[in-house]
Design a protein. Structure first.
Length: 252
């Protein structure tokens, strides 16, 4: 088991990549606190993992609420005494809106979930990790955080920011026993696009122009395996960088 006796927090654990990551981490021996608004979905997943080496615990909350973040970490430390791993996975799309169509409300929502929440969770986690000089961050970014034409303006900016934050945290705290890395997935079969009710026709046309060059769509389980590698000691010399998992799409 790669994560025996580890305490991990996974945001957005109720579906998609977060759900697959939480499940795999539990199977590898971790105690996982799954953080999401839909606690019932995490409870349902936990009920299927009774024979796993680790444990999945559901914790309801919204990553956009600072009080919810504090409550999450207070619970983790009070209950388990530490936090070893944080997976910042929660994310939202942006209707593929180009800059000239982008509203302040949509910008604030996407940046709030995809970047500001990651910063706040990281900041809070560091208060627990620094005294122990031990900790790992795995941030789910995107191929859209490395290339400008995979999504709308807000999502692209948020994921570029998440990549930069990851590199900064990884480098600044490298001598404190703390690592931070980001995964940049390409197209993955999840339900992140469900909330896009009013996708921009122009934005879709521009962003999807290169989709025919995508070798294939990945699965949430494939991304979970990358997250496991980055969260475990197998990646002890990997820090402040990004791991692209996209079947080669970004090479074109």
């Amino acid at each position: 088991m790669k994560l025996a006796n580890k305490i991990a927090i996974v945001t957005g654990a109720s579906s998609g990549m977060g759900r697959a990551i939480a499940q795999l981490f539990v199977q590898e021996g971790a105690t996982v606190i799954g953080f999401a608004r839909r606690k019932d979905r995490i409870d349902e997943l936990a009920s299927t993992l009774t024979d796993a080496a680790g444990t999945l615990v559901a914790f309801a909350g919204d990553v956009q609420e600072p009080e919810a973040i504090d409550n999450l970490f207070d619970f983790a430390v009070k209950t388990y005494g530490k936090v070893d791993i944080v997976v910042n996975n929660a994310g939202v799309m942006d209707d593929m809106a180009p800059a000239d169509e982008l509203s302040d409300d949509l910008w604030d929502k996407v940046i709030g979930v995809n970047l500001t929440a990651v910063m706040r969770i990281t900041r809070r986690a560091l208060k627990e990790m620094l005294p122990r000089e031990s900790g790992v961050f795995v941030n789910i970014a995107s191929l859209g955080g490395l290339h400008g034409a995979r999504a709308g303006a807000a999502y692209t900016a948020s994921k570029f920011g998440a990549v930069g934050l990851t590199q900064n945290v990884g480098y600044f705290y490298a001598n404190k026993g703390i690592r931070a890395n980001a995964i940049c997935p390409g197209a993955v079969a999840t339900d992140i696009g469900v909330g896009m009710q009013n996708a921009s026709p122009f934005g879709l046309e521009r962003a999807m122009g290169g989709f025919s060059l995508n070798p294939r769509t990945g699965s949430a389980e494939e991304i979970a395996k990358v997250a496991l590698f980055l969260a475990s000691d197998d990646s002890s010399f990997v820090n402040a960088t990004t791991v692209v998992a996209d079947a080669g799409w970004g090479a074109y």
